[in-house]
Design a protein around this ligand. Structure first.
Ligand code: ZN
Ligand code: ZN
Length: 536
């Protein structure tokens, strides 16, 4: 008798299963088993209460809703439709010279692209990896760029139209000829073996599309001095900070703005708005690291702007990409020009297309000193570039402290256009940290109401004398404040400490610019201004 009462459930199970795929059948079987168990339990209850009417009503409800619940509860199922392993070997001479493109034929209907590259002895060897979709691998700006992970070759990469591993761009996985790009960036011994695993998946349920949320570009229009770190990395390149942590630490360091500059990818720039709370301005950038060449930064660009890096200085192609940066509203900055002493002694790109030079990168070192000498030499020749400083922070260690140093910009507001304009015009100085301030104003001795500040120009007449006013705050004991013109050091204020207002007079004759440096007793830098310009 009991067996007979369970027949409707078995019947439903049989009918429901017929049109289903194997995965869905498993789900329906689970829900049907749950149904049978539930019906058995309810029947026991109904028998006790001697109410067969109640039993049939509840059983019928379950009969209808059980498959629906099964469908609703069905987890995302995926079919791995294609899988491959490619291996190879790089020799020592391939470092930063060779690009290998691995073609991947993506069939129709793929919803996830996965890849991972590994190398032998990964502590000494580095293989960088990138991806181009069916739109092609041609040099930018128009191509199928889908991401680049420099310095983190073992990263497991997963891309769908909904999201992507940091460094990569989410989006539809279209059918066509995709390419994985491999570049050996560090080989310690004779060479290494590498392997690349690629798997393509087709997911069962529809994915939502990724919605870009770039940072806000405007906070205020208030003229002021704003502190910013112009060179910061996060997990979208070889930094360790998440975007949220980078914002948190930048705010804690006393910054008003920060510029994202991941290596050769703009992936972070699509999502800064997700973490932004309007208390810090976040500007988009990219650090371009061309083959065997010096690094440069594109700062203040649109989030969707990606700058190509696969060229050498000898190719003459950098001009094209500098134009792209400028069209996107940004600036081109020469990064840490003397940093890689072993391989890059001279800056090999033409300097004409650059707007600024990062003369101070991270804690003060001899290569920063070389960069300041180089920059000052340009100023003397009338080649004007704004000097900026930035931490180039990748991780929390003593060589990579966020906001050490920082660039303090005199801007017409805390917004993208005003900050970029202030830097372009050299209306900025570099400070070791947020406690240090440095002001420089120059006027004609007989007319002190008219003065020029950092980055501005003062017109003088023959025979005029200049009054130089230098205002320092938060400097170390026994500091030196040095006034430098195109003729060299004009004056040194010794034994300065804390806050001080310093004055100096000099004949205007022969002076083209005056700038100020604040140095500790060991001559390491605490602050450095751009010039105030003098014209007759
Ligand atoms: Zn760099
Ligand atoms: Zn960097």
């Amino acid at each position: 008798m009991r067996k007979k009462k369970l027949q409707p459930a078995k019947f439903l199970l049989a009918i429901s299963s017929v049109p289903c795929t194997l995965n869905y059948m498993i789900e329906l079987h689970i829900s049907s088993v749950m149904y049978i168990v539930s019906v058995t339990f309810i029947k026991e209850l109904a028998m006790e209460k001697k109410s067969f009417k109640l039993f049939y009503r509840i059983s019928l409800s379950l009969l209808i809703f059980s498959p629906v619940c099964g469908l609703w509860a069905q987890p995302v199922q995926s079919d791995k439709v294609w899988d491959t392993l490619i291996t190879g070997h790089f020799i020592k001479d391939d470092v930063r010279r060779k690009i290998v493109y691995i073609p991947i034929n993506v069939p129709e209907g793929i919803t996830a692209f996965n890849m991972q590259a590994t190398v032998t002895d990964s502590t000494n060897n580095v293989l960088d990896i990138g991806l181009f979709d069916e739109r092609g691998i041609e040099l930018g700006p128009v191509n199928g760029f889908r991401g680049w992970a420099g310095g983190v070759s073992s990263k497991q990469v997963h891309i769908t139209k909904q999201d992507a591993t940091p460094s990569y761009l989410p989006g539809v996985i279209n059918k066509g000829a995709w390419n994985v790009m491999l570049v050996p960036t560090s080989i310690k011994k004779e060479g290494y073996d590498w392997q690349l695993k690629v798997s393509l998946e087709r997911t069962a349920d529809p994915l939502k599309s990724f919605i870009a949320k770039p940072s806000r570009e405007w906070i205020n229009n208030k003229q002021s001095w704003y502190r910013g770190d112009l060179h910061l990395h996060d997990v979208n390149s070889d930094g360790v900070y998440t975007q949220a942590k980078l914002i948190e630490y930048s705010k804690a360091a006393g910054l008003d703005f920060m510029i994202s500059s991941n290596h050769n990818t703009n992936s972070a720039n699509f999502s800064w708005g997700r973490y932004d709370d309007s208390s810090i301005l976040i500007l988009n950038g990219e650090e371009i690291t061309p083959f065997q060449e010096n690094h440069w930064n594109a700062i203040g660009i649109n989030p969707e702007t990606w700058i190509e890096w696969r060229y050498t200085a000898a190719s003459g192609m950098v001009n094209k990409y500098q134009e792209q940066v400028k069209l996107a509203g940004g600036l081109c900055v020469i990064n840490h020009p003397y940093y890689e002493k072993d391989t890059i002694v001279d800056f090999r790109f033409p300097v004409e297309g650059f707007d600024a030079i990062e003369v101070w990168n991270g804690p003060w070192e001899s290569y920063d000193e070389n960069a300041v000498v180089w920059w000052n030499g340009m100023l003397k020749k009338g080649v004007v570039k704004a000097a900026i400083g930035a931490s180039d922070s990748h991780r929390a260690d003593s060589k990579s402290i966020i906001a050490h140093p920082q660039t303090v910009v005199n801007a017409k507001g805390l917004n993208r256009y005003a900050i970029i304009d202030g830097i372009r015009k050299g209306r900025c100085y570099i400070a070791e940290n947020s406690n240090i301030s440095l002001g420089l104003k120059i006027s004609k001795s007989h007319s002190k109401k008219l003065f020029a500040s950092i980055g501005d120009t003062l017109s003088v007449d023959k025979g005029d004398k200049l009054s130089v006013l230098c205002n320092v705050k938060g400097v170390a004991d026994s500091s030196m404040v040095i006034l430098i013109s195109n003729n060299g050091i004009e004056h040194v204020f010794s034994n300065v400490k804390g806050n001080a207002v310093l004055k100096f007079k000099i004949a205007a004759k022969g002076i083209q610019y005056i700038r100020a440096e604040v140095r500790k007793i060991d001559r390491s830098m605490q602050a450095l201004t751009n010039p105030v310009w003098i014209v007759e």
